[in-house]
Design a protein around this ligand. Sequence first.
Ligand code: 5AD
Length: 342
Amino acid sequence: MTDLIDRLAGGSELSDDEWRFLIEGDYERQLLFNKADEVRRQYYGTDVYIRGLIEISSFCKNDCLYCGIRRSNADAARYRLSEEEILACCEQGYGLGFRTFVLQGGEDGFHTTQWVERVVSDIKGTYPDCAVTLSLGERPREDYEIWYQAGADRYLLRHETASRSHYEKLHPAEQSYRQRVECLWNLKEIGYQAGAGFMVGSPFQGMEELIADMRFLKAFQPHMVGIGPFIPHHDTPFAAYPPGSMTLTLTMVALTRLLLPRALLPATTALGTIHPQGREFGLKAGANVVMPNLSPANVRGQYSLYDNKVCTGQEAAEGLAALRESVAQAGYQIVVDRGDAL
Ligand code: 5AD
């Protein structure tokens, strides 16, 4: 087993059986997590990068079956931040030490190309030493180009699953896997640091799907990979499905660190939601990024992708001092830095 881990870390192609064993086999996970931590330290030392997450809109035209802000959820609370509110979040975040701002939102038709362009260039004009990450879903290539020209540095667009048939079980027919992946390639070609990612334990996911995710990551070579457990939301068709497992999620994070040693891997909010120490465990399994919530406190509860999503305490930007402390306890250090991919 340790030679399998070494082969993965050494860049070897693994067979399906070998992947299957690493993902679900009966072996001591701590060995895998330790190796992932060793590789992470080789490349990034003990630095943990922080991103101020600003959830700019809970309106969404999509209908992903797993997501609480899907358009069919008539009970979802909807809000949209103004540019002034977003800039106020950045001001607060800058003071706290954030040097990356992530603008994330549902696919909100109100966000015209020009509106986003202006927000990006205003943030970059005010904070030229900061990176701006966008996470606004699928858009025409032209929009991505315009936003890149305006100064956006990075883009997060999880592929969600790298199996077409599985993708079709998680999304309505109008959303296609082909288009998702095309967007990702466009982002990368334009020059963004591009982030892919997937949920662990989403309904109908099996070993084949997780192996496909790893093969996709190897082919796409993203700069960032967001990996979190699926967590049911009570107002979605997947309300009754069980959440993904923490150990399996940590396993996928660690395997991703070995597959892509230079990647920026967040210890995700979903991981912090399924276990009180999920975030620390994520860091110890190869993750090197945390994304505290920098949205205005009054809207935070309304960006409800899944049930019980944590957005207070150390998940919140105001909890940064406490987060700094627990990250230090885990053996790492939060740094004031843009935290670009190597
Ligand atoms: N459980 C876990 N993650 C979810 N996301 C959306 N809904 C859920 C859920 N129920 C994730 C998706 C999306 C990101 C913004 O949140 O992977 O890309």
